[in-house]
Design a protein around this ligand. Structure first.
Ligand code: 5GP
Length: 217
């Protein structure tokens, strides 16, 4: 029994929180530290920023292409954010399962709420909200990364407030103070470890045959 892997990756880990809360940094560190985690590559109609690559940071689509994908029911969820569309392709979740990895999604709150309404079985979902220590920190982070104009930045800050109001729909919250992403990373690793240790039907279905128990009897 000791040599039989009892855990089969089946998690869809949704990490949400305002733009500038440091989600990407935390997720990159999580994936680097744990090869059984894989980040889903979202589709977006947003233009690539300097240094972003198609198929790596996002699948960059035109608006008509994105709309076609919506018609074809290819998204697990999708939402409009700051004038652009963003969505998680169902194929990303299938690919994670095939690679026997837990999928990690970095998405805004409306998309996270859509996933909560769905039955992902045999996968399970887990919802984590990252909050910055203050609005000043959020503003400063957005300002420093210089990826948005001032108008765009203000738009993102306004959206941040409405996003934080939805925190009650998440399972866990993580504070991500400036200059200490490692603490947030460790907290999420602990949450993931706990979820992987849940006693659920999948575990029982794995253990029973090892004990010679046939539940269909
Ligand atoms: P950015 O333009 O800064 O890359 O992303 C803007 C917002 O869209 C961020 O909050 C980011 O987490 C979110 N986002 C990225 N991918 C997805 C996705 O697939 N679905 C949804 N709903 N939001 C996403």
């Amino acid at each position: 029994m000791a040599n039989t892997p009892l855990y089969k990756p089946d998690l869809v880990i949704v990490i949400s929180g305002p733009s500038g809360s440091g989600k990407s940094t935390v997720i990159n560190a999580l994936c680097e530290a744990d090869e059984t985690l894989i980040e889903s590559v979202s589709a977006t109609t947003r233009k690539p920023r300097r240094g972003e690559a198609d198929g790596v940071d996002y699948h960059f689509l035109s608006k008509p292409e994105f709309e076609k994908y919506v018609q074809q029911n290819r998204f697990l969820e999708w939402a409009e954010y700051g004038g652009n569309f963003y969505g998680t392709l169902k194929s990303e979740i299938v690919a994670a399962r095939e690679a026997e990895k837990d999928a990690i999604l970095e998405i805004e709150v409306k998309g996270a709420l859509q996933i909560q309404l769905q039955d992902l079985s045999p996968a399970r979902s887990l919802f984590i909200f990252i909050i910055p220590s203050s609005f000043a920190t959020l503003e400063e982070r957005l300002r420093r990364r210089k990826t948005e104009s001032e108008t765009e930045r203000n738009k993102r800050l306004a959206i941040a407030k409405s996003e934080i109001l939805e925190i009650e729909h998440f399972n866990y919250w993580i504070s991500n103070p400036e200059n200490a992403p490692q603490r947030a990373v460790q907290q999420i690793q602990t949450i993931i470890a706990a979820e992987r240790s849940r006693i659920d039907t999948q575990l029982i279905e794995t253990i029973n045959p090892l004990l010679g128990v046939d539940k269909s009897d």
